[in-house]
Write a protein that binds this ligand. Structure first.
Ligand SMILES: Cc1ncc(COP(=O)(O)O)c(C=O)c1O
Length: 482
């Protein structure tokens, strides 16, 4: 067969260099102006689909044309997580060293399925996770990088299921006693999702009540485990949360670990957000008792300035993960002695070079620099907390140990439901419509509240003041104290 004429199989390097310059100019310009863009996208569902052709171009187009559409069509549809006013969910940062690593990772385009398919990936992943564990004060555990905490928790709980000895791997769940999994009522929904995937079922997921400070009641955990045992269930794992999604509460991990030991249960710690705080020595307490866990997840893409996605999963029991997941088809067999093939420890085969961005982040900031930035975010949150606490018409609804503050507008005499919820929902809507900041909401013990999460490296005191002023303006109350 005759080959079609192709001028150049890919962009030539000369063309690429020019395009790279344009892209790098674009990235720098974006970083410069992002703070002035509306943080929350204002487009309507379907706008982008309508603005773009319904099929791919027949002939290739020049980079200028794609970049123009990026600017005119895509950018308005971006909610800017890298914006100093992004204070919803968890504030995050795709920092400059992380962006550089993403560019290089794309250029290398390696796949760390096996040690052999990219030794540098396999080994850098081990090295940076060791750095991370050391910086957090964790033991020198086995670690692997996944995309998200949802995946990390799923993989960890699959290992926990393997550790039961029920041999689900071989025999499936049919005919086995129903599994029971425990977490607090404040745990993230990714725990339930892991339970769904692993055949625990919603009925097997026990959400243990939490205290006024949103920490799991350990006595109720133990009572639930004992009751399940009596009822013929098979308790197998507890997920403790260090930094709950709504209020950033820290479960009493040491006590939970003691319960797990007494009952032979796997302890997984979800420290997705708050775990990174432990890089700062004064926040080492955050991970107290976590050395007793079987596995722990912490996300550099939450509070370690690493572009999404990057989640670190640590375990003291890698052999169990191996037993759960190792399965080597002929075409992947290797004979490299002493090599660790990361595919043996999880369900995924292909593996991005995520370690590169975590490495660049550590190299650029250093652990001292990371600690200083975390400290600054906490300081900003404390400033906000002090204004809220001093304001007669604002009410804080949870302790604020890290960089998240949960509060509501509460005029004297206003009824709990539905008036307070309606008022605060309307304040949130007005504040977010300004485009200057983006806050989110949650419910704590059934009470609707506004939630300010600080975690972007460009967020400063001025922006936090602005957020506070916008809330007060929207509520029609004076912005006192700042
Ligand atoms: C405590 C906690 N765990 C897990 C997750 C899920 O994180 P991911 O998006 O990385 O799956 C979140 C998300 O915010 C979280 O707050």
């Amino acid at each position: 067969m005759e080959s079609e004429s192709i001028d150049s199989p890919d962009m030539s390097n000369a063309e690429f260099a020019k395009a790279l310059e344009r892209v790098s100019d674009w990235i720098v310009s974006y970083r410069t102006r992002v703070g002035g863009l509306p943080v929350l996208s204002r487009i309507q569902p379907g706008d982008i689909e309508k603005a773009l052709p319904s099929s791919a171009p027949l002939e290739g187009e020049p980079v200028e044309a794609w970049l123009k559409d990026l600017e005119d069509i895509i950018l308005p549809g971006v909610t800017h997580w890298n914006h100093p006013g992004f204070m919803a969910y968890f504030g995050i940062t795709g920092s400059a060293p992380g962006i550089l690593a993403e560019l290089i990772g794309g250029a290398i385009n390696t796949n760390g399925m096996l040690w052999k398919t990219c030794p540098a990936l396999a080994e850098l992943e081990r090295v940076v996770l060791r750095w991370y564990a050391t910086a957090l004060g964790l033991p020198d555990w086995f670690g692997m990088i996944t995309d998200t905490a949802s995946t990390s928790t799923l993989v960890a709980l699959a290992a926990a299921r393997e550790a039961t000895g029920l041999d689900v791997r071989q025999e499936g769940l049919s005919g086995k006693p129903p599994l029971a999994l425990y977490c607090s009522e404040e745990a993230h929904s990714s725990v339930d999702k892991a339970g769904l995937v692993l055949g625990v079922g919603m009925q097997g997921i026990r959400r243990i009540p939490s205290s006024e400070a949103f920490r799991m009641h350990v006595d109720q955990l133990e009572a639930a485990i004992e009751k399940d045992r009596q009822d013929g269930k098979h308790p197998f794992a507890v997920v403790a949360t260090v930094g709950t999604t709504s209020a950033t509460a820290v479960d009493p991990v040491r006590e939970i670990a003691a319960v797990c030991r007494r009952h032979g249960l796997w302890l997984h710690v979800d420290a997705a957000y708050a775990g990174s705080a432990a890089v700062a020595p004064e926040f080492r307490w955050t991970l107290d008792g976590c050395d007793q866990a079987d596995s722990l997840v912490v996300n550099p893409h939450k509070w370690l300035f690493t572009p999404i996605d990057c989640s670190a999963l640590f375990t003291s029991r890698p052999d169990i993960f191996r037993n759960a997941f190792s399965l080597v088809p002929e075409y992947l067999r290797t004979d490299v002695r002493g090599a660790v093939d990361l595919m043996d420890y999880s369900f995924q085969l292909g593996r991005r070079f995520r370690a590169l961005k975590l490495w660049f982040v550590f190299r650029h900031f250093g652990t001292r620099g990371i600690a200083a930035r975390i400290r600054e975010h906490v300081r900003l949150a404390q400033e906000l907390t002090s204004w809220i606490d001093a304001h007669p018409q604002l009410e804080r609804l949870a302790p604020a140990p890290f960089s998240v503050v949960c509060f509501r507008v509460h005029p004297a005499g206003m009824e709990e439901e539905p008036d307070l919820e309606r008022l605060n929902a309307s304040v949130l809507q007005k504040v977010n419509a300004t485009g200057e900041v983006f806050l989110s909401h949650t419910k704590l013990k059934g009470r609707y509240c506004l939630r300010v999460a600080i975690g972007n490296l460009q967020t400063n005191l001025e922006r936090v003041r602005r957020a506070y002023r916008l809330v007060c303006e929207a509520a029609g109350i004076p912005a006192t104290g700042i």
